[in-house]
Design a protein. Structure first.
Length: 481
């Protein structure tokens, strides 16, 4: 917007990028983390309850595969649909949809009278969960300044990953018991539902993404939300730069809205292909540990109680790995962090598949979970930086849908492989898939410390030559001596 003096006001993105991370940012990050807590809770619930539900409902063959695939197939649909909805109606509205579906499906699971009802309800849960992560990633990308984007995105997921050991502990306390005459596995579903309802009410106070508002032409609303962030920063001692800067020094005031087909045309098509490769192969390497762990341990001669104990100890590595990622993601390029973490997962997972002693199984399981959660957080951060605002949640949704589809397909070949060739073969296939993913990531773009507009300049008609002024925080990290 140009004024009478020949200057223009910075874009919403430029204004957000020059801010420090304030208490207001942190409050919204915590709200994101709360919702993700129950998303991760549900994902790991399968591994903890699988043996119990297998016995309760006599699961085998097709019914077992359908049960394992139901949530991820729903997740595939949810990621595709909700991801696109979030780019059309906004991030906040999409959040309400995902939480409503998840909460309704989870309480229905707690009351399910038979396996087919349980499968149907878990499909509904999957639709809600499928949209949760793409919207969260896009929202975090939209509001966080570049110099601390990786750290605080990792922090949001670190809080959420506390759900992993929580699921393990609840499994030890409830799985083989029936408090008040109700089976323990039903209580575990009910706990997830109550948490989702709490998150629903907390998230009602979230503002809409100002970056998204600007791209759809709702500039006045975008300005109002951004001004709230600026006032919060001023209250903490931050001082704004001059009200206007010279026009030639500014990035384009509004990021242009792009059609969906831009994701399949140069230069975005390369990023789309690379991220698709990562999201399709990643689940193959992780599936054996996350969903078949109790079956694998039983195959090695351990009883259910011992298996759950080993899993709980291994799951302690989840928040630890996630916490470590907070202090790593801003120290090196995201793609190299991803490559190293993926290669470590392949090596540790392969060793876990062939381990026999309780000590080695527990130690390797813990190490695998630590490294896997560094990889998971680095993936989230790298993914949220790849695409322009107008297509960010759509692209994220497609990538997560591909992830869900790959996960949904896994039981149909992993379970036969498990029973036909043994535990080691499952982890050998997983290791090969992970190494292929690491090779693809090595060709990715650089993102650390850059504004979203800078990263995505190549996707604009005016090309990469347009000048961009980095935020003060980014400039401080790149200034030459």
């Amino acid at each position: 917007m140009q004024n009478s003096r020949g200057t223009v006001r910075p874009s919403i993105g430029a204004r957000l990028d020059q801010l420090p991370v304030t208490a207001r940012h942190k409050r919204f990050i915590n709200v994101m983390a709360l919702g993700n807590f129950f998303e991760i809770y549900e994902l790991f619930l399968t591994a903890v309850l699988l043996s119990t539900l297998k016995k309760t409902f006599s699961l085998s063959g097709l019914s077992l595969s359908l049960f394992l695939a139901s949530t991820v197939v729903g997740g595939f649909l949810g990621a595709v649909v909700v991801g696109r909805v979030a780019d059309r109606i906004g991030r906040r509205g999409a959040y309400m949809i995902t939480l409503s579906l998840y909460s309704a499906g989870t309480i229905a699971c707690a009351c399910a009278p038979n396996i087919w009802t349980l499968i149907a309800c878990r499909f509904v849960i999957g639709i809600g969960l499928g949209g949760e992560l793409p919207v969260t990633d896009s929202y975090l990308a939209d509001i966080l300044p570049p110099a601390r984007r990786g750290y605080y995105a990792a922090r949001a997921y670190t809080c959420a990953h506390v759900a992993v050991p929580v699921v393990g502990v609840l499994g030890l306390l409830l799985v083989d018991k029936a408090p008040f005459g109700v089976a323990g596995w039903r209580w575990m579903f009910a706990i997830g539902s109550l948490g989702a309802l709490l998150t629903f009410f907390v998230r009602r106070g979230l503002p809409e993404s100002p970056r998204w508002l600007e791209t759809v032409g709702r500039s006045a609303e975008a300005d109002k939300v951004t001004a709230v962030f600026e006032k919060a920063a001023e209250a903490e001692g931050w001082r704004p730069p001059p009200a206007a800067m010279k026009e030639e020094a500014l990035p384009p005031p509004v990021e242009k809205s792009l059609p969906v087909r831009a994701l399949f045309r140069a230069p975005l098509s390369r990023r789309t292909a690379l991220m698709a490769f990562l999201f399709a192969l990643g689940p193959i390497g992780y599936y054996g540990f996350s969903s078949l762990a109790t079956l694998a341990l039983e195959a090695k001669g351990f009883n259910l109680g011992s298996s759950l104990t080993f899993m709980t100890l291994s799951f302690l590595g989840s928040p630890i790995g996630s916490y470590l990622s907070m202090h790593i993601v801003e120290r090196a390029e995201r793609k190299w962090i991803l490559c190293v973490a993926l290669m470590a997962m392949a090596a540790i997972g392969l060793a876990y598949g062939y381990a026999q002693s309780a000590v080695m199984i527990t130690a390797l399981g813990f190490c695998f979970t630590v490294v896997a959660n560094i990889k998971i957080n680095a993936t989230h951060i790298y993914q949220l930086e790849q695409f322009p605002t107008s297509l960010r949640t759509t692209a994220n949704g497609w990538m997560f849908s591909l992830n869900r589809l790959s996960t949904a397909a896994a039981p149909f070949y992993m379970i036969p492989l498990f029973y036909g060739a043994g535990v080691g073969a499952v982890f050998l296939v997983g290791a090969a898939a992970i190494l292929l993913a690491a090779t693809a990531v090595a060709f990715g773009v650089r993102t650390r410390g850059l504004s979203l507009e800078n990263i995505n300049m190549a996707s604009r008609p005016e090309g990469p030559s347009t000048a961009i002024i980095p935020s003060p925080h980014t400039r401080a990290t790149t200034r030459k001596p």
